[in-house]
Ligand binder design. Sequence first.
Ligand SMILES: [Zn+2]
Ligand SMILES: [Zn+2]
Length: 891
Amino acid sequence: MAIKELPKNFDFKDSEKRWYGYWEENGYFKPAQKPGAKNYCIVIPPPNVTGVLHIGHALNNTIQDILIRYHRMLGEAALWQPGTDHAGIATQYVVEKELQKEGTSRRELGREKFLERTWKWKEEKGGMIIEQLKRLGASCDWSRIRFTMDEGLSRAVREVFVKLYEEGLIYRGKYLVNWCPGCGTALSQLEAELGESDEQGQLWYIRYPFVEGKGAVIVATTRPETLLGDTAVAVNPEDDRYKDLIGKMVRLPCTERKIPVIADAYVDKEFGTGALKITPAHDFNDYEIGLKHSLELVQVIDTEGRMTGPVGKYKGMDRFECRSKIVEDLKEQGLLEKITPYPVRPGRCYRCSTIVEPTLSEQWFVKIKPLAEPALEAVKSGRTRIIPESESKKYSNWMENIRDWCISRQLWWGHRIPAWHCRDCKKITVSRADPDKCRNCGSKNIEQDPDVLDTWFSSALWPFSTLGWPDATPELKQFYPNAVLVTGFDILFFWVARMMMMGIHFKKDAPFYDIYLHGLVRDERGEKFSKTKGNVIDPLKIIDEFGADALRLALVLLAFTGRDLKLSMKRIEDTKHFINKIWNASKFALSQLVDFDPGSSRPGEQSLADKWILSRLQAATRETIRLIEQYQFSEAAQAVYHFFWDEFCDWYIEWSKPFFYRPEKPGQKIAAQKTIHQVLDSALRLLHPFMPFVTEEIWQAVPGHGDSLMMADFPAPDNELVNPSVEDAVKDLQEAVSAVRNLRSENMVPIAAKVKVLVLADDEDAANFFKDHRLYLESPPSVNIKELEVKAGTEKPGSCVATRVRRAEVCVDLTGIIDFDKEFSRLAKEEEKILKELERVAATLAKPGFADKAPREVFEKHLGIKIDLTEKLAALQSNLKRLQNLRGRIK
Ligand SMILES: [Zn+2]
Ligand SMILES: [Zn+2]
């Protein structure tokens, strides 16, 4: 059989392009429909259509690809459903920026033209991330790609909205929402992000004079301008300082209004003065207190962040300008008690960073409790499993305290709310098809609600809308519920919880059996990647430079459940070495298979090494399967990695070499060929989900292969081949080999020097064992044995150094091996050099002021050098001592 020879190096660029094209052309990414096959479906967390592949995507999609390739190789009908999200605010922002450059704006263009323009942008530039996912090797069924605003998905959105409205689960109401005055839109609680760290703010202590009698109650606030909207001052009922004040009226500074002092247990006695100003229209906690005490809602800041309402001369001022003015006025009136510095962490718009303003406005809401309860139950009952387990507690907590979901956004790009307002009777018509008249009064004078739905509304339907819902498609029947959702835990609430609620409500079953939440990718120090820190690792650059396989394996080796990943370039270089190792080992194996016929039935004569590696292969296979099934990706990758490198390359290939080169033992050669063929073939299958390109490239050169490795069967462990006694015997041989290697290096035997080795076995049995397998002691690299003597006994010459292993003592004879004079002078020179360097670095460190004035990194670097040198010196001196002892014994 002709065998393809592998080129010297793995050309990953060429290989990635060639194989990805081959897989896609042949339809391998589509689920195979074999009779009786299990169904396995993953829906991709849809990347934003504006998105560019970042390292977090790379991890997320590598994990999904591992799962889908693994299940495909198990023969299941495996669908990885891809698509992108229209990303309302993000996309609108991108197009608005373009318009700005052109000197025009969204409003100037008008809604219709703007949407046309945005669609055009989407067709031309959106979805770049899809091409980038392909470069990573993602085996999604691209023929099924969906977009949250395509026709089918928009129909699903409309159906859900109308149904929920009909069920009374969607309502319209005045509500306090997080408002971004910069973007002019309501934000969800999660989009109004709290900053990463505190900002320096201030606490203003303001006197609110009593209406009757002298004196005042002093309140502390970080936002003095909001006092214009105060409708009460609250104190804790347990607070002795204020007991007598409850029920009294105070005068609201800078206004004509009078407000009451009320008691509420929510008030923290320790904060400020223990008296809290209550602004129900501009603070979430105050809003709750206001509801409890039926306080009036006085709105004083409008949607553009300007002062409005009963604010007198402050009307029209920007909220921050008003803050300065109010403070000035309070000072003048003697109502400002004091100002103290105070750390604050205001909510900021996730898109434009403007400080968010809680504002009352007319919005659409989903009544969430009736949806949250079954979604909570699905996780509590174990119907849906969250991995890691700790995250399911967070999920439950959040679900138990969930607020109604504000779903309207004041944007143009998105699913427009299917509700029409009647200008005549003021009633609302909500409809699946666009109505031409008011359902209540029949008037044609109707207008569609201008708002669009929160982007997460459509992505909440993703697990079933992508499969064709609301139609009863075969895909929906086959692939719902999805097998698993793979996502970062940062969107557990944003997205996962909402998919759970919508899936259960509309499909009567939770959307996933498992939810696997992976960590964040951080830099090697554990810090978040950020452009300002300059520590960003661009996955596309890594793919260009090292190949997709190297990136994938580096990420997955770090993917321990429940932990963030610390990625460094070193990690990627390490996996690149592993790929070279696979390549070179495979080249060797294939070169031994030139005259091999995989169909031949000639039995051959199996060596201990053959039996051993086949036994180890079963263990590696079993472990890999178990670990993938348990979502322990790092451990699974390590299991294959160690099998391939430590066992197959480092031991088996070295041991098998003599069998290939001994024509007098043809049976041994045949068995070795069979073994190396089987192990290489299986190892490539085990490795394939982790590193699809290099494995396919090699596998195509292995004799007897099929069309594609990605369609080949995943190995199943064969218990017949498990052989504990062989594994045990091999352990004895490995120990002996390691003993020779260690004795050589500990005693500074030059690498090229051949040594005499004596194995003193504990008894005749052991002696016979080592004699029978002397080849296993002599053939591995870096033992370099010139003469091997094996006998039972304990007598050894004084010129030997020795180590105990199981069943024997391994001795290396050093007679004539070491040129002591030369060694001594080499070590002495080395010692002198280190001492000099040490002196230099110590002098730098001791310079006056160095420890305090030098930049931290410079100081730490010098300290590091000093520690390294000190360690080196200690090692060298111990070697010198050892050498002196040896000379005493051997001469
Ligand atoms: Zn904004
Ligand atoms: Zn009407």
